[in-house]
Design a protein around this ligand. Structure first.
Ligand SMILES: CC(C)(COP(=O)(O)OP(=O)(O)OC[C@H]1O[C@@H](n2cnc3c(N)ncnc32)[C@H](O)[C@@H]1OP(=O)(O)O)[C@@H](O)C(=O)NCCC(=O)NCCS
Length: 179
């Protein structure tokens, strides 16, 4: 998977009612380590990583790449929203040539249940519609990840396919491009 290819990066920070979405910085590293090592966050995405390993291997500025947004609330990172262009060879696809843009999200458990993910992902999708008008977006999440499925549906994704991977049923959804 790649970043967003030709799209200029980073954009100016995106401000919503309660949040700022911006590129990763060195001061976000402890919050990234919390995300990677949280059993709650890892439940449906392959599990938590051991803290010592995460501390040792996390880059000085984690996730500094095209399409990767840090979500900040009151000056502190609470999660991430990412857009990546999928490999053209990936078997699940919504257009014949594949290579769709895929949305991903991870928030610290203390930030769940307040609508922050909806607010952040909505702003990122709006930003994408500005830089790549009409681009459809796909999303993969375990069918058992109830919070993630509710979020996907709130954001306007609908089911395109279900498939088995990593020992669980996966939900593959699509959101048509907007302009
Ligand atoms: C997936 C994930 C981001 C969803 O988080 P979330 O807190 O449920 O989503 P939101 O931030 O949009 O919050 C929505 C909830 O806040 C409630 N809420 C409270 N105040 C709100 C407000 N002002 N606006 C909107 N919703 C609000 C909503 O009712 C909703 O609760 P409900 O689903 O119980 O009805 C989070 O569970 C997570 O990070 N999981 C781990 C990583 C993961 O599995 N990622 C998926 C891989 S793609």
């Amino acid at each position: 998977m790649n970043g967003l290819g030709s799209v200029a990066w980073p954009p100016a920070p995106i401000r919503t009612e309660r949040l700022v979405l911006r590129e990763s910085e060195g001061r976000d590293r402890p919050a990234f380590i919390e995300l990677f090592t949280s059993p709650e966050v890892g439940t449906h995405i392959g599990g938590a990583r051991p803290r010592a390993e995460a501390e040792r291997t996390a880059p000085e500025v984690p996730a500094r790449r095209s399409g990767s947004f840090v979500v900040e609330r009151d000056g502190a990172m609470i999660g991430t929203v990412t857009l990546v262009r999928r490999d053209a060879e990936a078997p699940e696809r919504v257009r014949p040539e594949g290579g769709e843009v895929e949305l991903g999200y991870m928030f610290l458990p203390e930030a769940w249940g307040s609508g922050y993910a909806t607010e952040a992902c909505g702003a990122v999708l709006e930003w994408l519609a500005g830089v790549l008008p009409g681009e459809p977006v796909v999303l993969t999440t375990q069918s058992g990840n109830a919070r993630s499925l509710r979020l996907a549906e709130r954001l306007g994704f609908t089911e395109a396919q279900r498939f088995e991977a990593y020992g669980a049923e996966q939900w593959f959804g699509v959101r048509p491009g907007s302009r």
